[in-house]
Design a protein around this ligand. Structure first.
Ligand SMILES: Cc1ncc(COP(=O)(O)O)c(C=O)c1O
Length: 414
């Protein structure tokens, strides 16, 4: 599967122009494509597999793809999703031209060194200098890996299978926690959902009580998942108090910071205690504005990652004794083949500087406060949660079925 260099150059040139035009008009595009229906997208993009190629004409569909996508416009405030940024896009392009397999240093020397460097940068940026880690597909896979490490540390199962283990998180925790418990063979019922206070933060007294009850019943508590930014309201659990309880009962502390923890670049004090986590999920594709597919798991002890993930095959034997050259991500991750995720992040951080990211996050936080203040000043609107990060929850208070009215308003806004 090759194409002549001049064809590549011409296609890439056209695509680059198309992309630059798109980025230029992006801020003015509606937040959602209009007149879009499921049937129409099926009609446009479904169909039989082509047995014979159509060459460069394959690219003719791209404008339609863009038209039928939700623009990553700076005017769209829904979901927990970064706005993207163009240097990262170019990083993706370069990484895909290089086509590295970031399994181990010997298969991708630069990519591995870049990733380890970026991991150090991220760890220091969130106050966890010295942590190891890896870039992941997203926050869900980072949470799964963090909890896999917790299970292997506190209730080892890799050798003989799962024999119980209980995980604690708040009722506001992200669904990926429960999903991870299921995937790890612990089961949904092994997750204890601890009540939250009026600011949607985990009630630590309830946590302590739940752990004691489980111990009395002969259950095996293994980990607490604290949220550093809950999906619905951006609430930050009391990390230090939870870390104290983990310490007291010998439990693993995993912090799900997929949405919020990177905001510690801007407001570090709000995240005090993050540095006590055994493992911590971050999502550069959220609050470092990277292209989708860039999460991160950080952990205090790389030996714990190796206990969870190191299963080597003969074909994967590392031949070097050099501490840098023998490094293999597959010994500390559930992934073997891995893309060169670090290049976009490295380019992006070098291009803008970390300070620019901190300022941009600070501005996002400021905008959330502006919105919250405007809502508070408007009697027909009711704010439904404190604003800890960028999530602002509110509704219209009218007569009749308020929920139905708000659903209607939401669809009109979109
Ligand atoms: C708190 C939290 N954790 C985990 C995730 C999952 O992250 P991802 O979508 O990158 O898998 C999200 C996504 O919104 C989240 O808000």
């Amino acid at each position: 599967m090759t194409i002549p260099p001049e064809t590549f150059r011409a296609l890439a040139h056209d695509l680059t122009n198309f992309a630059a035009d798109y980025l230029e008009k992006l801020p003015h595009l509606p937040s959602y494509p209009s007149d879009i229906s499921g049937q129409e997208t099926e009609h446009l993009f479904g169909g039989e597999v082509p047995l014979d190629g159509i060459g460069a004409a394959a690219f003719d569909s791209l404008p339609k793809v863009f038209e039928n996508s939700r623009p990553a416009s700076p005017r769209f405030f829904g979901y927990v999703f970064g706005s993207g940024e163009p240097v990262g896009v170019l990083g993706e392009f370069a990484a895909n031209v290089l086509h590295q397999n970031a399994t181990a240093w010997r298969s991708a020397p630069a990519a591995i060194t870049f990733e380890r460097t970026v991991i150090q940068w991220l760890a220091s940026a969130v106050g966890c200098a010295g942590y190891s880690g890896s870039l992941t597909l997203g926050g869900s896979s980072a949470n799964l890996m963090g909890l896999c490490m917790a299970r292997e540390a506190k209730a080892p199962a890799n050798q003989s299978g799962v024999r119980g283990g209980v995980i604690y998180c708040s009722t506001e925790a992200h669904m990926s926690i429960s999903k991870a418990a299921a995937l790890l063979g612990l089961g949904h019922e092994a997750v204890r959902f601890i009540a939250v206070d009026e600011a949607f933060r985990m009630q630590t007294e309830d946590l302590r009580r739940a752990i004691i009850q489980d111990l009395q019943k002969g259950e095996l508590p293994i980990a607490v998942v604290a949220s550093a930014g809950t999906t619905a309201t951006g609430s930050i659990d009391p990390l230090n108090m939870i870390a104290d309880i983990c310490h007291e009962f010998g439990l693993w502390l995993h912090v799900d910071g997929a949405y919020g923890a990177l905001a510690s670049l801007a407001i570090p004090d709000a995240f005090s205690g993050l540095e006590r986590a055994d493992s911590l999920s971050l999502d550069p594709h959220k609050w470092l504005y990277q292209p989708t597919g860039c999460g991160c798991l950080l952990y205090r002890d790389s030996a714990a990652a190796q206990r969870a993930f190191s299963h080597s095959g003969e074909y994967a034997r590392v031949l070097s004794d050099d501490p840098i050259e023998e490094f293999a991500f597959f010994k500390e991750s559930m992934e073997l083949s891995r893309p060169f995720r670090a290049l976009k992040l490295w380019l992006s951080i070098r291009y803008y500087g970390l300070r620019a990211f901190a300022e941009s996050i600070r501005e996002d936080l400021r905008l959330a406060k502006v919105l919250a203040d405007s809502i508070d000043a408007e009697t027909r609107l009711e704010r439904l949660a404190p604003v800890a990060l960028s999530a602002v929850c509110f509704r219209y208070v009218g007569n009749g079925d308020v929920a139905a009215l708000n659903r209607y308003i939401l669809s009109r806004v979109v």
